[in-house]
Design a protein around this ligand. Structure first.
Ligand code: KG4
Ligand code: ZN
Length: 349
């Protein structure tokens, strides 16, 4: 089954052709990073306008690179949400129009499911049950899956996402947008022991039961990154002007702490859910220290860890094509055109 997938939820205009949910025939991304960089973040209105310009050439290129004529496309897939409303409208309207004009069925996909399913692209299939860690610009989730398309959220962020924390800390120390790759780059030169930032653990303190015995609550799988960001802010404020090496040390110390926090919660999820495999995905999954740390954890726990290649971690359409395939396999139906509408606040479950 050849799926032409379209992704426009944020600032990448992307189209891909994916065969049977696993084989990427093409994966084209028109990135807007340079346009948004001067503003330090994505400007929604600009993003939507840019998608309008880029969407058709991107789809044409995806078909061309895959050497697949429209006649050989079996279905379309498009991201319905979550994401920026203006950006999502461009993708869903284009997909609806092509579906109607070409007479092809359509599958509306959740962007977060897409990130998780990046792990099925050209890979050995991850065995169920599994724990998936999704760390992106918009989300930080721990998801338990017993089978395809059965998502159970077992941990999530109460405030900022991991990607947001990277981006905001990068701003605090004057590093260019997007912050994740910038922090990772300068952290290589920095000393991660120079600054002590808090490792956030949301487990409530032990209480006493009626008999007066101490009772220990179940360890929390939720995340909170705003305190870590504030800790960096106060470290920055203490200095009059930051030298380059101080910035490098802050970046390294911050990266070390956020990776340790993410790893802490993943270890707890392994304890609580006894999965047969671990999955990592989302833009922050491109982070080398995070990948190495989770690889160590997986080896110690004797579990296979699945990580997408870097280009499948950040937003792309191949992951939407993979998710669409398994969604169709599970639900055995396409969606009526009227259901293909943007849902900016769409949840995974
Ligand atoms: O998944 P994604 O492309 O978009 C969303 O769906 O949100 O994630 C983008 C996020 C940004 O916050 C970016 O700073 C972060 O992923 N990111 C990284 C790295 N590459 C991208 N964070 C840490 N280290 C990286 N190497
Ligand atoms: Zn994303």
């Amino acid at each position: 089954m050849n799926i032409l997938a379209i992704e426009t939820s944020c600032d990448e205009t992307a189209a891909a052709i994916v065969r049977d949910g696993q084989e990427t025939l093409s994966n084209v991304i028109a990135s807007q990073i340079k346009m948004h960089a001067p503003y330090g973040g994505v400007v929604p209105e600009l993003a939507a306008r840019e998608h309008i310009k880029a969407i058709i050439p991107t789809i044409e290129k995806a078909l061309k690179v895959a050497r697949t004529p429209v006649a050989k496309i079996d279905a379309l897939a498009v991201t319905k949400g979550p994401g920026l409303i203006g950006s999502l409208i461009v993708g869903t309207e284009t997909a609806r129009t092509l579906s109607y004009a070409w007479g092809k069925p359509i599958i509306g996909v959740n962007h977060l499911a897409g990130h998780i399913y990046a792990n099925w692209l050209k890979k050995k299939e991850p065995p169920f049950p599994l724990v998936a860690l999704l760390v992106s610009g918009g989300h930080s989730l721990l998801v338990f899956m017993r089978a395809h398309y059965q998502f159970e959220i077992i941990g999530e962020t109460l405030d900022d996402s991991a990607g947001e924390a990277f981006d905001k800390v990068a701003q605090l120390i004057d590093l260019p947008y997007p912050g994740g790759p910038s922090i990772a780059r300068v952290a290589l030169r920095g000393d991660g022991k120079k600054y002590r930032f808090p490792l956030i653990d949301l487990t409530p303190s032990p209480g006493r039961n009626r008999e007066g015995f101490l009772e220990y609550p179940v360890p929390s799988l939720d995340f909170s990154f705003s305190g870590l960001k504030t800790a960096v802010l106060s470290a920055v404020k203490k200095e009059k002007k930051l030298s380059q090496s101080q910035k490098d040390d802050i970046a390294a110390s911050f990266q070390k702490t956020i990776v340790a926090t993410i790893n802490q919660n993943l270890e707890r999820a392994i304890d609580a859910y006894s999965p047969r495999s671990l999955l990592l995905s989302g833009g922050v999954a491109a982070n080398r220290l995070l990948r190495a740390t989770l690889e160590e954890t997986a080896a110690r726990r004797k579990l296979p860890l699945f990580l997408p290649e870097g280009s499948y971690c950040t937003d792309n359409a191949a992951m939407i094509g993979a998710a669409a395939f398994y969604q169709f396999q599970t639900q055995k139906r396409f969606e009526p055109l009227k259901n293909i509408v943007p849902e900016p606040g769409l949840r995974l479950v």
